[in-house]
Write a protein that binds this ligand. Sequence first.
Ligand SMILES: [Zn+2]
Length: 360
Amino acid sequence: MADSTDNASDLDPAAVADFHDALKQSKHIVAIIGAGLSASSGLATFRGTGGLWRNQDVMQVATPAGFHHDPGLVWQFYTYRRHEALRAKPNRAHYALAQLAHQIPGFVALTQNVDNLSPRAGHPPDQLKELHGNLFTLICSDKVGCGYIERGNFQEPLTPALDPSKDETTTLGSIDPNNKPRANPVLLAGIARKHAQILGDTYHGDTPTTRDLSSLKAPEQPPTAPTAVIRLSSGLEKEDLPQCPRCKNNILRPDVVWFGEALPLTIVEETEALFNQPVDLCLTIGTSSIVWPAAGYADMARKKGARVAVINICAEDAKNIRPEKDWVFVGDAAVVLPELLKPVVGDVALCDENVGEDCE
Ligand SMILES: [Zn+2]
């Protein structure tokens, strides 16, 4: 099993013992969570190495301007992400954190993830701040004038035009290499997989290009065609997209924070209030501790007396570490966290109430 604890012993036993001592004495704990928490649940990190959608795609699919220009493309992207998140299961790290929240009332997790895996692992809602929203909360695109909000919408497909079950054979028919291809994200994921198969280690998950498309059409040919970035186009009309049932005048959008948008004020205020009191322990999990918000919140926690533990697959993401007070635990969060939290949460079982599985 991918999230077994086989290599948990890679951690420095002295550091783990020191962390365990600190954990057992901690009453106020803050965790700052990034995409690395969900990586071993099979969800690609959004912008990191190997991420499916890189910078310029982000401008097309995760910005207010992108939504204004082609809301269908944005909805295709989020349809794909909702589908992947529904297929994924919480891993042992999600369950360990949920258990920690049940055991320690003064523990609050600040997550940048929108995949809903922490709630599915049973993390109490009042101890989880979803900084960037949730894929399964839909809001009216007229936030101020209408303000419609619908939580926990897991419907698939949201509209017939957004059916994510279309396979590659179906969607391939809509590609015209001399014109704008229609960008079904399921197709793009298929392209990424095929490209990885063809190119192996030399493939880095870059933006799909015309070369990707030509290699799909003629996989026996070496990919030598000149590379050009594709300007994606959904080909969808507003009538094809989820409609607001309240104002009946606007389309819905996912309640996630796009690039160029501010975090919701209530979340910011609730989060900053956490740092008005002493903090004993701060965990940064699967997120770069160099850039905002993880770096900012970790520093706020340090000012309130916290020792900081960095849990990350990549050691280079841990900076500004105080060797005498902080810890860096390098590894997969799904392996490392259950071992680190074991003195409080015990052995972590996997179970997913949403799909009716028994706990192991
Ligand atoms: Zn509305």
